[in-house]
Design a protein around this ligand. Structure first.
Ligand SMILES: Cc1cc2nc3c(=O)[nH]c(=O)nc-3n(C[C@@H](O)[C@H](O)[C@H](O)COP(=O)(O)OP(=O)(O)OC[C@H]3O[C@@H](n4cnc5c(N)ncnc54)[C@H](O)[C@@H]3O)c2cc1C
Length: 290
């Protein structure tokens, strides 16, 4: 199908983009990589009056590190995957991005688009939630930060206002001796995962778990943090039994939907197994980290 008619305006700066969003409000949609928005238009599931194209905004395509990592909204997935700064500061982002569609899609898709689109099966929102990340939302009223825990409001819905542009994604610097892992089950390579889990694990000086962080995709209308499992992990001695116990605890607190890809019970089973695997791998990586 073809998209319904819409106006088009290219913004060349953040200022121009937020002016256009302020002018058109609910009628406007931001066009980033277009990998989710254009299919929605073609299927007539979205009918914006105007697309505000932020592809020309060069200031949004930068990656900076220092105390943590900041990815501009228009950083393409492939650029992040190839970035030495991302590899050093947040290897979990690179691991998760490798599971997003295919290389051709990732050469257009953007970091900001993946987060703003808030697909509950998407990898990046789960990573942002697991790593206690935040986004910068900019409008004519100024810029504010929104923690990942406060960002995802429901299926394809965030707490960003219609006049707000997501301008950056921030990830805090990790502690020493931290390891991470992204585990996912999908029917075919490149498909959205049925269930996925983003995991970060930090060890304390005495070799115990300082903290573990787990966030699932594909189990609810938003990514879900596994608070119960994290309580099980805090201060415990690492072991295969602990990973299994934490996985079981995480799954017991989920109430996933059923669809043609899997029943609620199957998704809970996947969540337990994937969390267990992610913790074991994150632990191995943490042991090797300085
Ligand atoms: C075949 C295929 C397979 C895919 N597989 C996966 C997958 O496995 N995992 C996965 O996570 N994704 C997958 N995707 C989607 C992913 O590739 C998209 O890139 C991503 O979801 C959206 O990013 P985008 O830059 O393309 O955003 P767009 O499609 O341009 O925009 C998506 C939405 O976000 C809004 N938006 C975009 N940028 C901003 C911003 N800066 N501020 C405010 N709002 C904004 C738009 O208005 C729109 O509503 C797949 C896509 C395709 C076509």
């Amino acid at each position: 199908m073809k998209p319904p008619p819409f106006e088009y305006s290219a913004a060349h700066s953040v200022e121009e983009a937020v002016d256009l969003l302020a002018e058109h409000g609910d009628e406007a949609k931001v066009l980033a990589g277009g990998q989710s928005l254009l299919p929605l238009l073609s299927l007539r599931l979205a009918r914006p009056g105007i697309l505000v194209d932020i592809n020309p905004v060069a200031e949004l395509a930068t990656i900076s590190d220092g105390s943590g990592l900041e990815l501009g909204a228009m950083v393409r997935h492939r650029a992040a995957e190839r970035s030495a700064a991302v590899r050093t500061e947040a290897p979990l982002v690179i691991e998760a991005l490798g599971l997003v569609g295919h290389a051709a899609i990732r050469s257009r898709g953007t970091i900001g688009g993946s987060v703003a689109h808030a697909d509950p099966a998407a990898e990046l929102p789960a990573v942002l939630l697991a790593l206690d990340g935040e986004v910068v939302a900019t409008s004519r009223r100024g810029a504010r930060t929104v923690a990942a825990r406060d960002l995802f409001a429901g299926f394809l819905t965030t707490t960003l206002e219609p006049d707000e542009l997501l301008t950056a994604v921030r990830l805090p610097a990790g502690p020493a001796r931290v390891g991470s892992s992204f585990q996912e089950f999908s029917r075919r390579s490149g498909d959205f995962g049925v269930v996925g889990v983003a995991c970060g694990l930090a060890l304390s000086g005495d070799g115990r778990v300082d903290h573990g962080r787990l966030a699932f995709s594909g189990v609810a209308g938003t990514p879900v943090r596994a608070d119960g499992a994290e309580a099980v992990l805090a201060g415990a001695s690492p072991s295969a039994e602990l990973w299994e116990q934490a996985g079981r605890e995480a799954a017991s607190q989920l109430d996933p939907p059923g669809d043609l890809h899997g029943s609620p019970a199957y998704r809970r089973h996947l969540a337990a197994v994937l969390a267990q695997r992610a913790l074991a791998q994150a632990f191995d990586r943490a042991k090797g980290a300085k």
